[in-house]
Design a protein around this ligand. Structure first.
Ligand code: G16
Ligand code: MG
Length: 214
């Protein structure tokens, strides 16, 4: 049986992808090209600066800006994004998230966050779930992005637990790959065809048979 649950944030506990999309789209509009929701799929689980590079590639302006211009664009995007997430509330947790966190807590299972987002603390706070987490690893604490396993290994290390007693819940292919390379059970949340490297896939957190694992 497993002793620890490590959650990705965006796409697993909350749907912040829509706010990332709106904020990136406004930047693309300013630069004069169209950025679609389909393009936005490529940004899931990807760090802020890498997301900007992908966006500029979509607009065919990849090499047109200096590092400091790009930093400025990312800062502007983040200001728009944080304006959206500062208005979030507990009703925006995804189906089954709160119930699962509650049950795990009751069972004495350790809970960690493993997110690429530097805004993770604000999102946990606004949605009222900060207190469920024994450790929070986010974009402020990692040096290597998923699919590197660093983010999940730091979570287990912070709890003093071996990697093979940890389960990772992830909606991105890169995140599932990271979980596998850390030697953890990789549970995909979403559509099976996008998450082929998962050990098992559920369409939502609600569907997880918790007694099977803990
Ligand atoms: C999230 C999102 C990504 C976003 C990244 C960085 O990661 O999925 O789209 O680009 O965080 O976010 P920020 O700009 O807030 O630092 P995750 O790992 O929670 O899915
Ligand atoms: Mg995610």
């Amino acid at each position: 049986k497993y002793q620890c649950a490590i959650f990705d944030l965006d796409g697993v506990l909350v749907d912040t992808a829509k706010y990332h999309y709106l904020a990136w789209k406004e930047l693309a509009d300013q630069l004069g090209f169209t950025f679609t929701e389909e393009h936005n799929e490529r940004l899931k689980g990807v760090s802020r600066m890498d997301s900007l590079d992908i966006l500029l590639e979509v607009g065919q302006m990849k090499d047109r800006f200096t590092v400091s211009e790009k930093e400025e664009m990312a800062t502007e995007k983040n200001a728009r994004y944080t304006a959206y997430i500062s208005k979030m509330d507990p009703s925006q947790l995804l189906a089954g998230a709160l119930e699962l966190l509650r049950e795990l807590k009751q069972m004495g299972i350790k809970i960690a966050l493993g997110s690429a987002s530097k805004n993770a603390p604000m999102i946990l706070d606004r949605t009222g779930i900060s207190s469920y987490f024994d450790v929070v690893i986010d974009g402020n604490s990692v040096s290597k992005a998923k699919p590197d396993p660093e983010v999940f290994m730091l979570g287990a290390d912070g709890l003093n637990l071996p990697y093979n007693v940890c389960i990772v819940f992830e909606d991105s292919a890169a995140g599932l790959e990271a979980a596998k390379s850390a030697g953890m059970l990789a549970v995909g949340i979403g559509e099976e065809r996008n998450l082929t490297c998962a050990d098992v896939v559920y369409s939502s957190l609600e569907k997880i048979e918790i007694d099977k694992y803990f």
